[in-house]
Design a protein around this ligand. Structure first.
Ligand code: GLY
Length: 376
């Protein structure tokens, strides 16, 4: 169930936000800013509609909330079309796909995570095994891969043809002072467009990702009828990163946090920003003090904005979203910007997240600090 925020509250909240954030641009809370609770409920990032559907079906059938959210995100991890998660994710600067994931199980107060894991399509499953089958919490790199193989996972090539072409375009475009890309004698000059002769449909996407390497990610949080909660966050991380770079997704308290007495929170977007404010833990602690999920997510956005003294020109260079639910099934999410930069058709895309409230599974608008980036 969601309630529309009334005009008086809207003005009050907008004014408070504007003062607190020192905004120069109109701020707004969306009409969905305050959402009353219902259980069961599943929340995810905008790429997670299939995950929320799967998780809700499993929770209704009596599954544990962690089994449900992991099965939900597995659909996206195994989908080569999502280039920010699992199989098909964009690789590091050397062309190797490195995945990060975390899980947290509210009822048993346990967590597990993996980082820089190569060759395994479903890092969230491995993170869950770290939680269940070790006395550790976080395994990284070669050790995480060996652990996964010990549990029967098969080593696979995660770099799809599409992701390879996007990466190679980035690699060849990086510098005209290295030898990557068509050479001096090339009849087509230094353009990399011949890479896409067989896949012209990919050129625009590759160019967009070159201009702004994405961080993507999927976060999924669930509460069941009894009020038990779990969550997971899984990602291929920042595209074209330095090998070994780890973002917020596998870090408990940053990319994910669950406290079964209070609520759950997670994040997608530029992990470096979230790591500095321990976003998910911060949000859960603010909900513990009585804040709504939406207001707590907005507070996390304000802290990220504060890292750059609210300089919108700098903040426009990345995106970061937060998602939260509480024990009653209240939910919310917030982004730095309410709208994307103009897309190919000139329109701006609204920042959204996925919610299954037991009746409907659909995208909702995220609350936000700033309307839209003016320019990069
Ligand atoms: N939030 C995903 C990352 O920065 O790696």
């Amino acid at each position: 169930m969601k309630t529309k925020i009334n005009r008086r509250e809207f003005v009050r909240n907008s004014a408070l936000l504007g003062v607190a954030a020192g905004l120069t641009q109109a701020t707004a809370l969306t009409p969905l800013a305050q959402n009353k609770g219902s259980r069961p409920l599943v929340v995810s990032s905008a790429n997670g509609l299939r995950a929320t559907q799967q998780a809700m079906e499993m929770i209704r059938a009596g599954a544990d909330t962690l089994d449900a959210v992991v099965a939900g995100v597995n659909i996206v991890e195994e989908d080569p079309k999502d280039m920010s998660v699992g199989y098909g994710g964009l690789p590091n600067e050397e062309g190797d796909v490195e995945l990060d994931a975390s899980v947290m199980h509210g009822p048993t107060k346990r967590a597990g995570a993996v980082a820089s894991l190569r060759h395994i399509k479903t890092p969230s499953k491995v993170a869950k095994l770290v939680m269940e089958r070790t006395d550790h919490l976080l395994l990284v790199g070669e050790g995480a891969l060996r652990f996964a193989m010990a549990h029967g996972f098969k080593k696979e090539e995660l770099l799809t043809e599409e992701a390879r072409l996007v990466w190679l375009h980035w690699k060849e475009s990086m510098s005209d002072r290295d030898a990557w890309g068509p050479g001096l004698a090339s009849p087509e000059g230094s353009s990399t467009s011949s890479l896409f002769k067989a896949r012209p449909d990919l050129l625009a996407l590759a160019e967009r990702f070159r201009a702004q390497p994405p961080t993507g990610t999927i976060n999924c949080l669930a509460v069941n009828e009894r009020g038990d909660m779990s969550g997971t966050t899984t990602t291929s991380g920042l595209a074209f990163k330095i090998p070994g770079r780890v973002g917020d997704s596998p870090i408990i308290g940053a990319g994910l946090f669950v406290d079964n007495e209070v609520g759950a929170a997670g994040s997608t977007g530029r992990g470096e920003e979230n790591l500095k404010i321990c976003g998910a833990h911060t949000i859960v602690e603010m909900m513990r003090q009585g804040m709504s999920p939406t207001d707590a997510c907005l507070e996390a956005c304000k802290r990220v904005a504060g890292s750059y003294n609210h300089n919108q020109a700098k903040l426009a260079k990345f995106s970061i979203n937060f998602y939260a639910l509480n024990k009653d099934g209240g939910y919310g999410g917030a982004a730095l910007f309410g709208y994307s930069l103009p897309e190919k058709d000139g329109n701006r895309r609204r920042s959204q997240f996925a919610v299954h409230d037991g009746k409907e599974n659909k995208l909702h608008e995220l609350a936000y600090l700033y309307e839209a980036p003016d320019k990069m």
